[in-house]
Design a protein around this ligand. Sequence first.
Ligand SMILES: Cc1ncc(COP(=O)(O)O)c(C=O)c1O
Length: 483
Amino acid sequence: RAFPKSALRSPPTDVPEMPPCSFSPEEYKGMSKARMMEIRQQNCSPMTMKVTYYKEPVFIHQGYMQWLWDVDGRRYLDLFAGVATVSVGHCHPKVRAAAEQQMKKLWHTTNIYVYPTLHEYCEKLVSYFPDPLKVIYLTNSGSEANDLAMLMARLHTGNYDIITLRGSYHGGSPQAMGLTSNAAYKYPIANGLGCTNTMCPDVFRGPWGGSHCRDSPVQTTRECSCAQGICMANEQYIGQLQETLATSVPTRIAAFFGEPIQGVGGAVQYPKNYLKQAYKLVRERGGICIADEVQTGFGRTGSHFWGFQGHDVIPDMVTMAKGIGNGFPMGAVVTTPEIAASFAKGIHFNTFGGNPVACAVASSVLDIIKEDGTQKVSLDVGSYLMVELAKLRDKYEIIGDVRGKGLQIGVEMVKDKVSRDPLSHQDMVEIFEDVKDMGVLIGKGGVYGQTFRIKPPMCITKEDADFFLAVFNKSIQNYMERR
Ligand SMILES: Cc1ncc(COP(=O)(O)O)c(C=O)c1O
C-alpha cells in the first residue's frame, strides 16, 4: 500500500503545504507505539526518556534523503539529520550500495592485516587536507576521536593543560566531558582535570559584539563603530583568552580545542580573526591547536570542506565523526607525521576503528559529496535560509539572532531583543512541538536551551527551505496568539 504523500493525514487548513516526494516507504507492521514506550521506560537507559524531546514523541520508521516517515506513515522534513549526522541523505542509494557490496565481501577483520578498503579510504580522506595533516586514526565516534586527540596532544607536547571555549560540546566520555563546557552534560566526577574553559567569543550573547564581526550572511543586530578591518569585540575576547593563559594554566600547555562553529552550543560563531589569534597564543605556549570538525566537517559550512578553512588557519589536529559516515558509526583523527610519531611509542589498538564496512561507507560519502554537489547545496540553500530567517528575526521580538554558515544554522530565541534573556524552556518547547506537528524536525541547543538548530542532510532544496520558513513563521504566530 502506498502511503499518503501529504504531510498530514488531515492537515489543518492553514498549515503550510509540504513539498512533494515521490518515494513511498514500506508499510509499518512492527511493534505498537505503546509497547515501544513501555520498553523505553523499563529497559532502555533512563537517558533515552530524558532526551525524548517531544511531548508527543516521533516514532520513526523509515528515511529517504531529507525525509523521515513515522510508523503511521506521516512524513517529516528532517532538518536535524540525527544531529548533523546524515550528511548526504537518509539511505542514500549509493551509500547503501557501497555498504551492501562490502557486506557481501568482508564485514570485519583487524588492522593487523592489510585490506584495501582501509587504505583506499585513508588515501581519499587525506587528499582533503592541506599539508602537513596526513596521518589518520580511525575511531567509532566523536568522543573517542577527541579522547585520542587529548592523549596525543599531551604525549606530543609533554604538557597537560587543555583549553576549550565555554558552551562547547566535545563528547561525553569521562575525558571528553572535561573539554565539554555545558553543565547539562557534566557529571560530578573528576572529569575536568587539566581542562580549562575560557570565555566563548559569542558576539550575540557575550559582553561584546557588533554589526560585522562574524563570517555569516547574517550579522547580529548589535551596533558597533569599528572601522573596516578592526573588530573591537575580537580584541576583547582575545584579551579574555590572554587572561586565562596568564591566570588559569601553567606557562606551557598541551592544546586548544575549538569547534569552528559551536554545534550543541547553538551554532555560535566567533569574530573573524579569533581562531587565528588564539592559535598563535596557544602555539607560543607550546600547545597544539585542534579543530573539532565533528559537526562542521564534510562541506556543511558551505564555503569550505572543513570549518577551519573558513577561519584561515591550519590546525595541528582535526577530529571528525557524525557526517563522515552519513550515520554509520565512525570517527577519525587527522594529524601531522611529527605528532603521530610521538604517539607511536606505545601500542594503541582499536578493534572496530577502520572497519571495512565503515571505510566503504565513508569512502562513498566522500564521492557523493562531490557527485551531488552537497557543499554547494549547503552554501546556496543555507545562505538563502539564513537571509530569510533574518527577515523573521526583524519581524518578531522573540527571535534574537540568526547565524551560521551553510547548513549549520542557529536561531536564538529571546524574551526580548533588549535584554537578550533566553526564551523560557516552556516557550521553546511549545514552538518546537508546533514546528514538529506541522511536519518539520529541528533541533534545540545552546547553554540555556534557547537556540533552535538547523543542520539537515545536505540534499535539501530551496522548496524545503521555503516550507520550513512558512512553518516556522506560523509557529511563532501561533505562539504570539496564545500569549
Ligand atoms: C562538536 C562535537 N564533538 C564531539 C562530539 C561527540 O561525538 P559522539 O557523540 O560521536 O561521541 C559531538 C557530538 O554531538 C559534537 O557535536
